[in-house]
Ligand binder design. Structure first.
Ligand code: CP3
Length: 343
């Protein structure tokens, strides 16, 4: 078991300062990342190249001084290796040209074979662990079944989620069948990430807020809970972080076997503390666009540090860092968190 400030904080142990990392910390705001991506050719080739993916994973640890590295990959490599075509269109984001339309489409997707084909992710993790300083932790990750199923059905990002929600209300059994298959792959995939050396894991439910309360618990949360209970049962020493984005109205009903609850920026941290702080370590939640201004960072960090004083906390943004944020400001944020949370 790894004894780092980050892992200690995930289990609610007292640490000498509050650890910090950034969602999407390996990415386009770093010129060093852009150089490696160019060498790889394109984004998916970079994900599939363990040596280069390991290199970009380590960049923010060296450049920013964050307390944890997050595996460089993407949540969408899972549907890709289940058998779906995937393209990343420059400026437009991910695209599945042939989304799931019928049960026949679902039947063609593979489970065990997908987890095996993702071996480039496991190789990346092993390479990262050879080079990661011993006082830093490595976070593995996956998308939540709901968020992945949404991409697989919509084919791309969506403003209305009308295709997946039409299915939810017209053929819920079919949507459950999709979620079941994705969850089965994720169990094997996350287990393999842990066996390869991931010290902690995060489940990203980026599209949780598309659902009304009852539907969220039936179609999203239940599958995240099942996945985390499965992993906790086998690997209790590996902390699990969940990040369901945009569900501040549903916090009363949150339960399950995970360690850290990721608070998105639109949820007041005071509210998350009141509802969940006694049961889970909280992670977050500075508004990502505060990183455009050092004054806004100062205010944001001081506010959060004040709310979480003497509470169990991991500092982060409340969603991913944006590509046009100045690197100097990201460094400033990390250094400020370390300085003002020192105990
Ligand atoms: O956090 C990290 O640094 C690790 C790497 C990581 C990426 N994607 C790399 C990436 C992680 C954890 C993700 C997760 C991810 N991917 C999520 C969940 C987190 C969230 O932001 O809500 C989602 C919804 C995706 C799907 C995805 N991948 C989208 C919508 C896009 C395009 C939009 C965008 O940000 O450009 C991607 C591409 C992607 N994934 C990039 C990176 C660095 C940009 C690709 C590039 O280099 O051009």
């Amino acid at each position: 078991m790894k004894d780092t400030v980050f892992i200690d904080a995930c289990f609610g142990k007292k640490t000498s300062y509050t650890p910090v990392w950034l969602m999407r910390q390996a990415g386009r705001y770093l010129p060093e990342y852009m150089k490696v991506r160019e060498r790889a050719g394109d984004f998916l080739s970079l994900c599939k190249n363990p040596a280069l993916a390991a290199e970009v994973t380590l960049q923010p640890v060296d450049i920013l001084g964050v307390d944890a590295a997050i595996l460089f990959s993407d949540i969408l490599v899972v549907p890709l290796e289940m058998g779906m075509q995937l393209k990343f269109v420059a400026g437009e984001g991910p695209l599945f040209p042939r989304p799931i339309l019928s049960r026949g489409d679902l039947d063609k997707l593979v489970v065990e074979e997908a987890a095996e084909k993702l071996s480039y992710v496991y190789d990346t993790i092993k390479l990262i662990k050879e080079k990661l300083p011993s006082d830093k932790a490595l976070i593995g990750f996956c998308g939540a079944p709901w968020t992945l199923a949404t991409y697989m059905i919509e084919g791309s990002g969506s403003k209305t989620y009308s295709k997946v929600k039409k299915l939810l209300y017209t053929d819920p059994a079919f949507l459950h069948a999709i979620l079941r298959k994705v969850t089965d792959v994720l169990k094997l995939y996350m287990e393999a990430q842990i066996k390869s050396g991931a010290d902690a894991v995060q489940i990203f439910d980026s599209w949780a807020s598309a659902l009304e309360e009852e539907a969220f618990f039936e179609f999203s949360w239940s599958y995240m809970k099942e996945l985390s209970a499965y992993l906790k049962g086998k690997y209790p020493h590996v902390p699990i972080i969940v990040f369901p984005k945009g569900i501040s109205g549903y916090l009363d009903k949150i339960d399950g076997e995970f360690d850290v609850f990721g608070v998105d920026w639109s949820t007041p941290l005071e509210l998350a503390k009141e509802k969940l702080g006694s049961r889970y370590v909280l992670q977050g939640n500075m508004e990502p666009t505060r990183l455009y201004s050092q004054k806004a960072i100062d205010e944001g960090v001081r506010h959060i540090a004040g709310v979480m004083e003497n509470e169990r906390h991991i500092f982060n943004l409340g969603h991913g860092i944006l590509p046009d944020v100045p690197v100097a400001n990201a460094k400033y944020f990390i250094a400020l968190v370390h300085e003002i949370t020192k105990r």
